[in-house]
Design a protein around this ligand. Structure first.
Ligand code: FPP
Length: 233
């Protein structure tokens, strides 16, 4: 039913700043990590809906370089969810041709979690139904700095915009067309700031754990109404 309403003009690459997990849990008198668990279910629903609608690329802000400021309990809860998710869902991702990349400084993830992340990338690298980039220990400023440092290490004296693009975590991928941040907050919070330079921004009030196929459909309808001018007329 919903598929009928999907507009013809779709974004190639959607960025998602998932926000509102904590509020969702607090409103129901539950600990914050219950909100993150429901947030993971919303990611699964969204990837499935996006794939069905023909979206080829999603980038999801799962854990920022600033999220370490949260309590140890909350951070460990998020990492436990990541481990559980990638172990449980790997076969389904392979079967559904979902390719997973991780953007961010993964050197802070050690042991079992790191092994699971690396295994996920290896096991899904040849898939091509939809690419899902998961930003973990990611910051947009840090992404640009690491790109510039790679160029310095190569001995570059002068750099172009293309040089930077080619050394970001997203190298080889198109820039973002559309960024969705849930929960009504209207901020970018250091998410892929170089790649979203010309993206359309959308701030629905829905909390991330409630996001679903219908909410994605509404977002795509909103995108289809935007006139992208890239600085021209
Ligand atoms: C934002 O809501 C949520 C986060 C910063 C963490 C979300 C991480 C996950 C759901 C784990 C990712 C898992 C996979 C499989 C990629 P918030 O806590 O900032 O909500 P609030 O603003 O209401 O407090």
């Amino acid at each position: 039913m919903i598929k009928k309403k999907i507009p013809a003009k779709l974004p190639n690459h959607i960025g998602i700043i998932l926000d509102g997990n904590g509020r969702w849990a607090t409103r129901q008198g539950l600990p914050r990590n219950f909100g993150h668990r429901e947030g993971v279910n919303a990611i699964v629903r969204t990837v499935e809906a996006a794939r069905k609608f023909g979206i080829k690329r999603l980038s999801v802000f799962a854990f920022s370089t600033e999220n370490w400021k949260r309590s140890d309990e909350e951070v460990e809860g998020i990492f436990d969810l990541l481990k559980e998710f990638f172990v449980k869902e790997l076969d389904r991702m392979v079967k559904n041709e979902v390719k997973i990349n991780f953007f961010g400084d993964l050197s802070r993830f050690k042991g079992e979690l790191r092994e699971i992340l690396d295994k996920t990338v290896r096991a899904t690298e040849n898939n091509d139904a939809i690419v899902v980039n998961i930003c973990l220990n990611y910051g947009g400023k840090q992404d640009i700095v690491q790109a510039v440092n790679k160029l310095i290490a190569e001995g570059k004296k002068e750099i172009t915009e293309e040089d930077i693009s080619n050394n970001l975590y997203s190298k080889g991928q198109p820039d973002l067309d559309f960024v969705i941040r849930t929960s009504g907050e209207q901020r970018i919070s250091n998410f892929m700031i170089y790649q979203l330079a010309y993206a359309e921004l959308y701030f629905p009030k829905i909390l991330w754990p409630d996001f679903d196929e219908k909410a994605l459909c509404e977002a795509l309808i909103e995108y289809s109404k935007r006139k992208r001018r890239f600085g021209g007329y």
